[in-house]
Design a protein around this ligand. Structure first.
Ligand code: AHR
Length: 499
């Protein structure tokens, strides 16, 4: 089988907003406690955070991290997590039916995020709380001084404002499982008034309003329209969430689900633009795909967890090789839509549906999905080039035409390189892949790697990282054309030095 990708310097999608490579840490399971924070661990720093975990997080180069939830935020009192640690209350977390010790709060998390070179995307509680608490949280975080809340921040050890620029207005408020679940009109009104008041405190912030929690919600479409009709003038981004899983063990169909993500994004863009026209607005609302990943492996084991534990092992999906390919397809899809998707968060970062796992008192290790995310986050910076692809296709349960190759190329002007990301979805056939460009001068191949040759169900584990990158040795640059063989079920990254 053959496939060709051709791009031009003069035919581009968008410059990538670096926040496309964001992630997410929720007070959930072992993400915070016994994840990034484990004061008794031999690698913990003076603040109780694990330095070995920080080092692995840094490899992912995540520029923004959403915090503190997720479903958790809809019952959270941010004030419980400030002040002397010994005085912080233990509370029931109703979202995950766990015990929250509040040993980590805004101060600790902001400092940790800074240490891994990430901004915080702070979510406020619009489930059980409202305008006043959101405004006070913002004043506490961003106001210089001289007010009750800003002086309290100083008293609690932080002289300078945290200066958090991206704020999320609640979480999945369309979901009946959400604490404080609302109708689109109820949420839209509350979000609009909260946004208005927050921008009065600090007009430099950007706000994300909740879209649907999946595209399969019965309210999908109407929810986006109604919420935007209320909030359009006050917010900057609309959120999307989506998780995939190979529940039916149908790999061809599973890997085709990036087409579902693409359709989801395009549908939401059209709703945003419909409301823009209806309102006669000049402003464009962009998208924050602030929860995306594979999530299904841990669903059954989670039902067995007893309630009210501190840091129970919840949502600990162990990812296999096919999940890494799926994450690769989803990353390419986000890049294809980089003109409208400006923020995205791999959900989540540590232990909870995560690329990074930790053992209590033990090691940290990388899941299969770590690799495609790490490579796209590090090398997928610059301008996305419109892909012109010829590839044979196959038919699945959900899609009539799925190209065997999923691919995209980026031009990084600063580093003078072209980078190709590609997945071969075929389970049994290699693809002779060629790449042609117009407007660049390709000089040499600087690096070529693949994830390939594994059994589709292969996983990594502590002290045994079976699925890792290997060097691709067959990539050739000749007569301005790159050629290589993409193995069946493979993730491929080719970096080309340009003149
Ligand atoms: O990421 C796990 C959960 O998935 C989040 O708390 C929630 O927003 C979503 O349903």
């Amino acid at each position: 089988m053959k496939a060709n990708l051709s791009v031009s310097r003069h035919d581009t999608i968008s410059v990538v907003d670096k926040r496309l490579y964001g992630s997410f840490i929720e007070h959930l399971g072992r993400a915070v406690y016994d994840g990034i924070y484990e004061p008794e661990h031999q690698n913990a720093n003076n603040d109780g955070f694990r330095v070995d975990v920080e080092e692995v997080v840094k490899e992912l180069n995540v520029p923004i991290i959403r915090y503190p939830g997720g479903n958790f935020v809809s019952g959270y009192k941010w004030e419980d997590g400030i002040g002397p640690k010994e005085a912080r209350p233990k509370k029931l977390d109703l979202a995950w039916r766990s015990m929250e010790t509040n040993q980590v709060g805004i101060h600790e998390f902001a400092k940790w995020a800074q240490g891994v070179n990430a901004e915080v995307n702070m979510a406020v509680n619009l489930g059980t709380r409202g305008i006043q608490e959101a405004v006070e949280c913002l004043e506490y975080c961003n106001f210089e001084g001289g007010t009750y809340w800003s002086e309290l921040r100083k008293k609690n050890g932080e002289e300078k404002p945290f200066n958090i620029k991206t704020w999320s207005l609640g979480n999945e408020m369309d979901g009946p499982w959400q604490i404080g679940h609302k109708t689109a009109d109820e949420y839209g009104r509350l979000a609009a008034e909260t946004a208005k008041a927050m921008k009065l405190v600090d007009d430099s912030i950007e706000l994300v309003v909740c879209g649907s929690s999946t595209s399969t919600m019965p309210t999908f479409g109407d929810w986006e329209r109604i919420v935007l009709e209320h909030t359009y003038d006050y917010v900057d981004y609309l959120s999307l969430h989506c998780y995939y899983g190979n529940k039916e063990d149908d790999l061809g169909n599973y890997l085709s689900q990036s087409l579902d993500m693409d359709r989801f994004i395009k549908t939401v863009v059209s709703i945003c633009d419909y409301v823009k026209v209806k309102k006669g607005s000049k402003k464009q609302i962009n998208l924050s795909f602030d929860e995306w990943n594979v999530w299904y492996h841990s669903n059954d084991q989670d039902k067995e967890q007893a309630p009210w534990q501190v840091a129970p092992p919840l949502l600990e999906d162990i990812y296999n090789f096919e999940d890494a390919l799926m994450v690769g397809c989803l990353l390419i899809t986000l890049l294809k839509n980089a003109d409208r998707v400006k923020i995205a968060c791999l959900a989540q970062l540590v232990n909870v549906i995560a690329p990074i796992m930790t053992e209590k008192n033990g090691d940290t290790w990388k899941q299969t999905i770590f690799y495609p995310f790490m490579q796209v986050s590090n090398y997928g910076r610059g301008t996305v080039l419109t892909p012109h692809l010829t590839s044979e296709s196959y038919k699945t349960k959900d899609f009539d035409e799925v190209p065997y190759i999923e691919t995209i190329a980026i031009h990084n002007e600063e580093k003078e390189e072209l980078v190709i990301f590609a997945v071969n979805r075929s389970e049994d056939t290699s693809i002779a892949f060629t790449f042609e460009e117009d407007g660049f001068e390709m000089e040499s191949i600087s690096e070529a790697t693949e994830l390939a040759g594994y059994d589709k169900k292969d996983t990594n584990e502590s002290n045994h990282e079976l699925v890792t990158l290997s060097i691709k040795t067959d990539v050739v640059l000749e007569n301005d054309i790159i050629s290589t063989i993409m193995k069946p079920l493979s993730w491929n990254v080719i970096r080309i030095k340009t003149k």
